[in-house]
Design a protein around this ligand. Structure first.
Ligand SMILES: Nc1nc2c(ncn2[C@@H]2O[C@H](COP(=O)(O)OP(=O)(O)OP(=O)(O)O)[C@@H](O)[C@H]2O)c(=O)[nH]1
Ligand SMILES: [Zn+2]
Length: 304
């Protein structure tokens, strides 16, 4: 699945790219990166099981039940972006957690390296603190660091760009695509002529043989399902705390507070509070669903 538009999906097959609709009653709504089966009528009839998903809490309205939104499926690597010269560690941690919770490995990409002479050092320091192996400082202006990013994009694998609006994702996409961008533009124009659709998340074929999913315009990245391995430092140190349910706050004998950077620990706490809030809502929703199911079953029994 190449891209999702309002009620339409752009699907790649062996011979061409086709704009299709989806049959009702699919188990999952198809998202960019999905492998789908299309029936004779040219509609998506099946969404294959996913591995490596990026899921956020759907930006909902107050009072509405919390729900999940899959941003990308079947992703092998998340390039988490944040601009130099003052990258925000909190945002990096949040996006890294979003990827890690769906089983997607993370690499840090600090953009706009031309605005900071110490970009590479900053990237390395942040990566060390976050427990991330791969980090780079890149510039679309000078080309610095682009080779490193390309080396991560193994042919046949799919990467997703994750980062707040304005962190330089689209610019990075253009740099990686080189002249190829024109082609995708043409495909899009001919497929969607007169449809007035907004392009959201697209799967792009890079010249080197890898695929890249851009996620433009993300303003909020609410967590949905834990922080994955993105706080492995906190998780493993927690085993040495005196109390099994240590909140790493004021408890005596806390191994985490001693070893983890105060700001990182504060960020962890904030994300945990958010997750507790989400879990409350998810539990309430599950209870409502179970109740609804039971009522429906009882009504059906009575009708017999
Ligand atoms: N100096 C400098 N500016 C850059 C670089 N990369 C991106 N920018 C600028 O940063 C701004 C935002 O870049 P975008 O690529 O649009 O950011 P984005 O992450 O795609 O934003 P959304 O599409 O809103 O999610 C633009 O004005 C770019 O020109 C860079 O390497 N150096
Ligand atoms: Zn502790």
């Amino acid at each position: 699945m190449l891209a999702q538009y309002r009620g339409h999906w752009l699907v790649a097959s062996d011979d061409d790219n086709r704009l299709v609709t989806a049959r009702g009653r699919l188990t999952e709504t198809p998202v960019t990166g999905d492998w789908v089966g299309v029936d004779e009528g040219g509609a998506i009839a099946h969404v294959f099981e996913r591995s490596g998903t990026v899921i956020r809490r759907a930006p909902g309205e107050q009072g509405k039940p919390a729900s999940a939104q899959v941003l990308a499926a079947n992703v092998d690597l998340a390039l988490v972006t944040e601009p130099l010269p003052e990258p925000k560690a909190r945002r990096l941690e949040r996006f890294a957690a979003l990827a890690a919770s769906g089983g997607v490995p993370v690499a840090l990409v600090l953009t706009k390296a031309d605005l900071d002479e110490l970009g590479y050092e900053t990237a390395a320091a942040l990566a060390r603190r976050m427990g991330v192996t791969d980090a780079v400082a890149v510039s679309a202006v000078t080309g610095e660091g682009m080779g490193v990013v390309r080396s991560w994009l193994t042919p046949g694998t799919t990467a997703v760009l994750l980062g707040a609006s304005g962190t330089g994702k689209s610019t990075l996409v253009n740099a990686l695509l080189g002249e190829e961008r024109m082609k995708t533009g043409e495909v899009r124009a001919s497929d969607l002529r007169g449809r007035h659709t907004t392009v959201t998340r697209e799967l792009l074929a890079l010249p080197g043989g890898a695929f890249l999913i851009d996620t433009p315009g993300i303003r909020v990245a609410g967590l949905w399902d834990g922080t994955g391995e993105s706080f492995a430092d906190v998780d493993s140190l927690a085993l040495q705390c005196r109390f099994a349910d240590c909140a790493h706050d004021t408890e005596p004998g806390c191994a985490v507070r001693e070893a983890v950077d105060a700001e990182r620990l504060a960020a962890w706490r904030k994300l945990q509070r958010e997750l507790a809030w989400v879990e409350d809502r998810r539990a309430a929703q599950r209870a409502r669903d179970a109740f609804h199911k039971q009522i429906t079953r009882e009504l059906r029994l009575r009708e017999r």
